[in-house]
Ligand binder design. Sequence first.
Ligand code: HEC
Length: 120
Amino acid sequence: MKRNRLTFILPLLLLAASLTGCGKDQAENVEPKPEGGDITAGNVSYSNYVGKLLESRCNSCHNVGGSGSSKWTFSGIESVKSNSDRIKNAVLVTMTMPMGSSLSAKEKELLDAWFKRNMP
Ligand code: HEC
């Protein structure tokens, strides 16, 4: 009888202890970093930022067969590097791209920094 009760209560106590401990950890980590929060002009790369930016802001028209694909087809970093002068011009100088919208100042700043760092 006594033994049975202990084997029942002990795990409950351990569970309660681990739950309170866990609650504390979660409170400390409650705020996740915003996406792109650590990306700066000094560390921006194709894989940490630029690829995703072009994918979300250009790919809809510049994918294979898209409305802009005859001028530039987006298919990964090499397709950007080999057309970098035209892309730079269209996005950062004449700002005709992305067609129908525009990049934020921060997005342009990071893209510009990426070109200046020779497209890592
Ligand atoms: C809504 C569709 C659309 C979006 C979004 C878009 N483009 Fe375009 N883009 C076009 C079309 C259509 C053309 C061809 C325009 C023309 O012939 O005058 C074009 C042309 C271009 C050209 C060729 C310019 C030249 O030298 O003649 C480049 C480079 C380009 N886009 C880059 C981009 C980049 C980079 C983005 C994203 C930041 C982007 N585009 C987003 C539709 C789009």
